[in-house]
Write a protein that binds this ligand. Sequence first.
Ligand code: NAD
Length: 387
Amino acid sequence: MSYRIGIIGMGLRMTDVFSRLAGFRECELAAVADPDAEGVKTRMRDVLKWDERKIGSIPIYSEAETMLEREVLDGVMVGTRCSAHAALAAMVIRRGIPMFLEKPIAISTQGLAEIEEALAVHPEMNDKTVVSFPLRLTEQVQMLQEIVDSGKIGTVEHVQAVNDVPYGRVYFHGWYRDEKETGGLWLQKATHDFDYINSVLKIRPIEICAMTSKQIFKGDKPAGKLCDECEEKRTCPESYVSAHRASEYLYGPWCCFAEDTGNEDSGSAIIRYETGMHVVYSQNFFARKGAGLRGARFLGYAGTAEFDFQSGDVRIYMHHVCRTETYHFDAKDGHGGGDEALCRNFIDVVAGRACSRSSLRDGILSVNMCLAAKESSENHRFVTIKS
Ligand SMILES: NC(=O)c1ccc[n+]([C@@H]2O[C@H](COP(=O)([O-])OP(=O)(O)OC[C@H]3O[C@@H](n4cnc5c(N)ncnc54)[C@H](O)[C@@H]3O)[C@@H](O)[C@H]2O)c1
């Protein structure tokens, strides 16, 4: 049996995710809703390697509502940009169709309220929604969860997590720099890290204090300045010329030193959990190359378990015996294999064989933490996390 999948917003991310989903050969693309039909067809051609006959056989609607009214679908994937997620998610929840939903699932309390309202009528959609949090399903985080659950390091009483993003240009040159679209970098980036930490700890975060700063990606270049039109593009270390020289790439045409460049370039948060333990998390967007690092240390009284995606290693240091264990995981693409694991889970949810391993409530909690971090960093005070 081939499950009929509809995609709302088939841009870069959802085309990539669908290609991974299609690899399991249990799903077919039944319809797409996206106002940019030509862009969708180009990605079908270039990324999915489909021929014109196949592309022509897929109906592309400009409105999600019309697609949902006309098509009989077994599952829906929502992959628009961030500001549209909540309204579209609520639309799918109201129809009770299993859903794959991009993060952040909302960028405001109003968006969350819309989702909560729909969920109150369709509570079964909590387990029928797979929120796109690949990190929690990577082999490293799964192993960490196994170690913590085994009691080997004792109860986790402290977590130190870091995300130094070596491809941080993405957030200052392209559409991601528009905070009205993304809600800022807590919602855009930390949402993943807060989620995997929650998934390992399995206890409730209570309150948060956070701070951000913008020290690098600011400046007095005019709003809307294009990198290509800049007199400094041959010397500027952030220009597309420099990026190309370093075999890197620019995701977006604008100058990152303009007065309309949004987003902080570093942020740190301290989160208290219900048991009294706390987590510290820090993210940075101007670290480059070998300085890139994403991972965490989970400390219990009996031992410390740590991992980072760069080395692929998980290490356990025992505190009271002289023993260190190291496990190495080979690099995998698609967020360290997390995307494939999410797709596998989504197919199982569509087939009614399993519940979501990354539920709507997990998505709601992560957004509540990010909104609290945002409020704390703007108002310089501790903020209670809504549960
Ligand atoms: N989970 C992850 O690890 C991960 C990774 C990358 C991106 N993302 C998220 O994926 C989302 C999409 O990012 P992207 O780079 O693919 O963006 P994109 O701009 O390439 O794709 C968005 C698509 O949505 C379409 N669209 C816009 N409004 C629409 C509407 N009302 N109805 C239907 N379609 C509509 C656009 O035409 C476009 O094709 C973002 O929210 C981003 O945060 C998540």
